[in-house]
Design a protein around this ligand. Structure first.
Ligand code: PMP
Length: 288
């Protein structure tokens, strides 16, 4: 496997960062998870825009401009002959001393990994996931904006551990007010009386690229959709529920906290959104 690392394409065995990198020492950095389908990088520009905004929010300079970044992503895929897979783009604060001070880190480090993707097993796309609500709350946006896709994922990891302990593959995280924020690595949606609802970023959700696609799909299919404050009750009593993420794509949820959602089977709106999403990824995207 060939890795892009700070302007060079190196073998994965040589792709190493320093133990003094603040990305490692403090989780100081930002990243993106991107998909490539049939040789097209899905919504690359949107991912790069989100990366730039995440970096801006933490006052980290992006080493390459948009065009150069786009080219580096595509070239990494080409060098690995990757047509379908998952791309991880990471910018760390770089090498500094053992203190927090980011201004002592001389230059950020950028690396790109183009790899295979591990999806949820197919049975969950066919039959839906059973998920739980975990005790760990989403970090408040005024402490760390959920819109920043930072290398600090401990909050989500704690929730993921709780999900596993409860025997679930994904879990809902509530915010400090008890509203649904998102899942550990996916955005969440409900369908109620023909309308799609999803929590706003202000409730602690990441502005997912797949989530943005669902807004586009809803518009195209003339399905009403809006951001809303959702409680666990709203999910338990929804007609349908589904999750979205770059890795997960669109996946139905049929149970939350032991309550069966709707008919207990993936619903018609979820199926339409999924179908449309599968179509889009094949035709949209930046050709490598
Ligand atoms: N929320 C969190 C916390 C995530 O890490 C992700 C990315 N896996 C998402 C939502 C979904 O965002 P996207 O559709 O951009 O992958």
């Amino acid at each position: 496997m060939v890795i892009y690392l700070d302007g060079k394409y190196v073998d994965s065995a040589e792709a190493k960062v320093s133990v003094f990198d603040h990305g490692l020492l403090y989780g100081d950095g930002v990243f993106e998870g991107i998909r490539i389908y049939g040789g097209n990088v899905y919504r690359l520009d949107d991912h790069l825009e989100r990366l730039e905004m995440s970096a801006k929010a933490i006052m980290l300079s992006v080493p390459l401009d948009r065009a150069a970044m786009s080219e580096a992503v595509c070239e990494t895929c080409r060098r690995n002959n990757l047509k379908d897979g998952y791309i991880r783009l990471v910018i760390t604060r770089g090498v500094g001393d053992l203190g927090l001070a980011p201004w002592l880190c001389e230059k950020p480090s950028l690396f790109i990994i183009a790899s295979k993707i591990s999806l949820y097993p197919q049975e969950y796309y066919d039959n839906g996931l059973a998920i739980v609500t975990v005790p760990t709350r989403r970090i408040a946006p005024d402490a760390l904006p959920s819109t920043v896709k930072s290398l600090n994922y401990l909050n989500n990891i704690l929730a993921k551990i709780e999900a596993k302990q409860a025997g679930a593959l994904e879990a809902i995280m509530l915010n400090q007010q008890g509203y649904v924020a998102e899942c550990t690595a996916d955005n969440i949606f409900t369908v109620y009386k023909g309308e799609i609802f999803t929590p706003a970023a202000s409730q602690g959700a990441l502005k997912g690229i797949t989530r943005a696609t669902v807004f586009d799909i809803a518009k195209e299919l003339a399905i009403p959709m809006r951001e809303a404050d959702l409680t666990r009750y709203d999910v338990w009593c929804a007609d349908e529920c589904f999750l979205t993420g770059t890795g997960a794509e669109v996946i139905p949820v049929v149970k939350l906290d032991g309550r069966v959602i709707g008919t207990g089977k993936p619903g018609p709106v979820t199926d339409r959104v999924r179908g449309s999403f599968r179509q889009r990824v094949l035709v949209e995207g930046t050709r490598t």
